[in-house]
Each structure stands twice: as C-alpha cells, then as structure tokens.
Design a protein around this ligand. Structure first.
Ligand code: AP5
Ligand code: MG
Ligand code: ZN
Length: 217
C-alpha cells in the first residue's frame, strides 16, 4: 500500500498515519518528523531547518526530495509506505512522480483530510506528544487514560512543538493554501484522490480511511 495523507497542519495526518503503521505494518514517512530529528540532533540541516520551521515556511524542495528518495529505498518500504507531510509543493509532487516511476512503484491512494481552519488552530494549540515514544495527545480531544501517563509506554514526560503557537500556525495555514492545496487538482486529474471528513472524531476518520483502503477506488 502506497499512500499519501494530504491535509493542512493539524488535519490529523500524523495521528492516522501512526494507526496505519500498526494495522498495515508499513512505515510512516513524515518529513516533519525527519526534520525535527535533525533539529534535535543539532546537525547542519537541523540548524538551517529550525529557522524555516519556526517561521512556518517550507524547507527547500531539494533537501526534502533527497530525504524521501533515500528513505523509500530502505528495506522496510518494500511493501509500501505512508507519506505524511510530503509532497507539499508542485515541485515535490513532480519529483515524487519521477522517483516512483524510476522504481516502478504506483501510488494507491492520495487521501485528502478536510478540516476547517479555525478547528486547526485549536487542535495545534492543544497538541502534545510523549517525549519517550512520540505518541500524540490533545488537551481536549485525546487525553491519556491515566492523567499525565502515556498510554503507550507509561512515560510521564510530554513535549509541545515550537511551531504550534498561533502566529506560526497561521503562517503554516497560508503556506498550505498557497503551495500545497494546488496538489489536490493535480492528484484528482490522476484519478487517485479521495477525501475523508477530518472534522469527525479520530476513530471515525480511521474508519473512513479504512473504507477507502479496503474498498479500492
Ligand atoms: P509537519 O510536521 O508535517 O507539520 P504539518 O503538516 O503542519 O502537520 P502537523 O504535524 O502539524 O499536523 P498533523 O496533520 O500531523 O496533525 P496531528 O495528527 O498531529 O511539518 C512541520 C514543518 O516542517 C513545516 O511547517 C515545514 O517547515 C517543514 N516541512 C515538513 N515537511 C515538509 C516538506 N515536505 N517540504 C517542505 N517543508 C516541510 O493532529 C493534530 C492535533 O489534533 C493532535 O493533538 C491530535 O490529537 C488532534 N487530532 C487529530 N485528529 C483529530 C480529530 N479527528 N478530532 C480532534 N482532534 C484531532
Ligand atoms: Mg504531523
Ligand atoms: Zn509514550
């Protein structure tokens, strides 16, 4: 299964991708997670990317495309992968097409996750993750079963993203509408675009994605 989850910041791409990793045993390729790992490691790329991400802008296409090209050649991608946060510009989509055709790989689905802008600001303001295992939570919409204890690993430390403040979130939304939303007609024309109601509850969205994956086109 080769899948793209396409949607604005806070649409639930990461939340749903992590569930698909468990149910479909294919990896989540999140360019945002890769960049944050580079920031944490303090690499040259990380230092450069940090400033761009804090502004809510896009990191250069060449860097991102190189990261993904390297990643899809890893052995864990042989049965498929979930692209989360890539592609997000027309240049990235064109580069992905070339990358896939060189490897004789076809995309199965591009799933658009539709959510209203105001809901996104609220989702991102309330988002946090487990510092130990990366499990995702939300102050209102997804709280751990035992307060302040990660359901997944029992960890007690949580963190919030630097780019989840309202000013940066608004810039990220503008960038999404200007640079990423034009990919929707691009994939519609290819006949691979489907959509889910990302405003629905998390489990309902999971079921909608499951129906697309099980029901073919
Ligand atoms: P990235 O990390 O990809 O961020 P994003 O696209 O802005 O998306 P988010 O991770 O913020 O949202 P999500 O859709 O994963 O939502 P989540 O599931 O967490 O990119 C960050 C930055 O890196 C970019 O701004 C850019 O600078 C750079 N970058 C990354 N990729 C790049 C690329 N390809 N090219 C260039 N630059 C790149 O959910 C959000 C919250 O809502 C959570 O708290 C969750 O619990 C909750 N939630 C989820 N679903 C629901 C629901 N259905 N109902 C209620 N709450 C929900
Ligand atoms: Mg994410
Ligand atoms: Zn955890």
């Amino acid at each position: 299964m080769k899948l793209i989850l396409l949607g604005p910041p806070g649409a639930g791409k990461g939340t749903q991708a992590r569930r698909l990793v468990d149910t479909h045993e294919i990896p989540q390729l999140s360019t945002g997670d890769m960049l944050r790992a580079a920031v944490s490691a303090g690499t040259e790329l990380g230092q450069m990317a940090k400033a761009v991400m804090d502004r809510g802008d896009l990191v250069s296409d060449d860097i991102i495309v190189g990261m993904i090209a390297e990643r899809i050649d890893q052995p864990d991608c042989v049965n498929g992968f979930i692209l989360d946060g890539f592609p997000r510009s027309e240049a990235q989509a064109a580069a992905l097409d070339i990358m896939l055709s060189e490897r004789s790989i076809a995309l199965d689905h591009v799933i658009e996750m539709r959510v209203d802008d105001e809901a996104l600001v609220e989702r991102l303001a309330g988002r946090y993750t487990c510092a130990e295992c990366g499990a995702g939570y939300h102050d209102r919409f997804q709280v751990p079963q035992v307060e302040s204890v990660c359901d997944n690993c029992g960890g007690r430390e949580f963190k919030r993203r630097d780019d989840d403040n309202e000013t940066t979130v608004r810039s990220r939304l503008t960038v999404y509408h200007d640079q990423t939303a034009p990919l929707l007609p691009y994939y519609r024309a290819k006949g691979v675009l489907r959509h889910v109601d990302g405003m629905a509850e998390i489990d309902v969205v999971t079921a909608q994605i499951g129906a697309i994956l099980n029901g073919g086109k």
